[in-house]
Design a protein around this ligand. Structure first.
Ligand SMILES: Cc1cc2nc3c(=O)[nH]c(=O)nc-3n(C[C@H](O)[C@H](O)[C@H](O)COP(=O)(O)OP(=O)(O)OC[C@H]3O[C@@H](n4cnc5c(N)ncnc54)[C@H](O)[C@@H]3O)c2cc1C
Length: 490
């Protein structure tokens, strides 16, 4: 079969494009190299839906961010992903920084960003955010800034796209592409796919994909950002808190999450290795020091996890969204921050590109823009819960105690349209392992459920795909094997 569109990469960019195109009568598939979608930059970022004042005016990313922010409200209603406009502060700690904030406010307002306000009244600032340092001299408040759960957004996009006919193929790393007679032949380790139009949304690997077609016109540099995540209730912030930015980064922010935690980060470290997600003592020290400039009482003993994400920083420092010289090949590369915010606007741009290419975009009669809200134990009132448990006892079997996740939510995550098949996939879809014990209690039980539902042996269940096996076999079998080899197993 020849697809109308193949998208390489199932991060937020690829999945949002897939969902946007799924309203048209087109045969579409998404190829993802990892076992789960949302495994790249989309998995580890700040989850801030920016207001849009931060990037310079000459950059496309500024304009797509402003547009993208506005598109979030409707998308959240249709797709039922967690999203809240809680507003952000850019915090000035010195009088000289105020002038810069006022300039940002003025330019932002001229560019159509609503709700920007420079606040110099310290009493009012502390009423709005009591945790903020006493050293504050003023803030730029952006009321349209919000929080989104980036992977939950991506699962929602992919599930809705799949419901509308898009095919998702995981564990399919694209290794070679041929273009002949207006058809792209895309080779992966597992097979071959053909398409008339090819969209490259491969994150940090997008320059490699572009070079497979001889287009070598941009470079991407991995820039690592480390984070510290604090336990729920360790501290309760009302606002997303940014320092006044530096040239290369928005700086270390302190931010609440939609699940009641707080995090500090990210720092910014340029790397050569696109897989280096290590966290370092120096990095964590830098984050803590940076975070405490804004929130002095950040409680280190409530830290439950450190993690890192990798930005794909292009040499132009701007998004590369190109209808390239190769007819039908579109690059969507260098989608650094604010790519998450801009995602719906980026997807709309791809529709414009396909129109320019003459692709027939006929609306499907049965297109359904809505994704039902996943049912959550914590959202039910006591009486509803009793009824649920009576109807299906799996609602009453709590697998993750820290996050109160019952078996039913895990089973639903496995059988979603683009369902999860790994322990990490389940963790990101419905949160077992996200709590204080970080999976110490629930992981074996999650493995058991995955094994049962997918009908595959325990030892084939992985943490996040190939070469990340958790179990090597049953203790009894190992003991027998060792016995037959004459090894003492005591
Ligand atoms: C530390 C950090 C903080 C950030 N904070 C924010 C923020 O607060 N707000 C905001 O708006 N943005 C933020 N961003 C930016 C945002 O995370 C990115 O713009 C967005 O996630 C990019 O998504 P993507 O789909 O383009 O890339 P990715 O999520 O990296 O997806 C690319 C996908 O392509 C797959 N792939 C790669 N090569 C191949 C291949 N050969 N074959 C098949 N598949 C392949 C990968 O496995 C991956 O799943 C931040 C980024 C980082 C790293």
């Amino acid at each position: 079969m020849i697809y109308d569109v193949i998208i390489i990469g199932a991060g937020v960019t690829g999945c949002c494009i897939a969902r946007t195109l799924s309203k048209y009568d087109l045969n579409i598939c998404v190829l993802e190299k990892e076992a789960e979608i949302a495994s790249g930059a989309t998995k580890a970022n700040s989850g801030v839906v920016h207001a849009g004042y931060a990037a310079q005016r000459e950059y496309t990313k500024r304009h797509l961010c402003i547009k993208g922010n506005k598109l979030y409200s409707q998308a959240a209603e249709e797709l039922n992903f967690p999203f809240k406009r809680i507003g952000s502060f850019v915090v000035a700690l010195e009088d000289e920084q105020i002038k810069g904030l006022e300039e940002e406010r003025k330019k932002g307002a001229e560019d159509g960003i609503p709700g920007l306000e420079l606040i110099l009244d310290k009493k009012r600032i502390h009423e709005m955010e009591p945790n903020l340092t006493e050293d504050v001299v003023g803030v730029l408040h952006a009321s349209t800034a919000g929080l989104v759960s980036p992977y939950e957004l991506t699962f929602a996009l992919a599930d809705n796209a799949a419901t509308n006919g898009v095919k998702f193929f995981r564990n399919q790393e694209v290794v070679k592409i041929k273009h002949q007679d207006y058809i792209f032949t895309v080779r992966t380790y597992q097979g071959e796919f053909q398409t008339r139009n090819l969209i490259n949304a491969a994150g940090l690997y997008a320059s490699r994909i572009s070079r497979m077609l001889g287009l070598d016109y941009f470079r991407l540099m991995p820039r690592k950002g480390e984070y510290i995540l604090f336990d729920r209730n360790a501290i309760q912030l009302n606002k997303i808190l940014f320092p006044t930015p530096t040239k290369i980064s928005k700086g270390i922010l302190v931010c609440p999450t939609l699940h009641g935690n707080t995090f500090a980060g990210p720092n910014a470290q340029n790397l050569n290795d696109p897989e280096d997600l290590s966290t370092t003592t120096a990095g964590l020290k830098e984050i803590l020091e940076g975070g405490r400039k804004l929130v002095p009482n950040l409680p280190l003993r409530s830290a439950i996890r450190n993690f890192a994400g990798l930005r794909a920083v292009p040499d132009t420092y701007d998004f590369i969204i190109d209808n390239t010289d190769i007819y039908g090949f579109i690059n969507v590369a260098g989608i650094l921050s604010p790519g998450l915010t801009a995602t719906f606007a980026i997807a709309d741009k791809i529709v414009e590109f396909l129109e320019l290419l003459g692709v027939q975009l006929t609306l499907k009669e049965d297109y359904n823009p809505n994704r039902p809200k996943p049912e959550r134990f914590k959202d039910f009132k006591r009486q509803e819960l009793d009824k649920k448990i009576q109807e299906d006892p799996r609602w009453g079997r709590i697998i993750c105690r820290c996050e109160t996740i019952p078996e039913k939510e895990i089973v639903d995550a496995i059988h979603a349209p683009v369902g999860s098949t790994t322990v990490d996939g389940i963790k990101f879809r419905c949160r077992p392992g996200m709590g204080r014990c970080q999976g110490g209690f629930c992981r074996p039980r999650v493995i058991e459920i995955l094994s049962r539902e997918l009908n595959i042996p325990y030892e084939d269940i992985t943490k996040r795909g190939e070469d990340t096996n958790i179990l090597v076999g049953k203790t009894k079998d190992l003991a027998l094997k060792n016995l037959s080899r004459g090894v003492d197993t005591d």
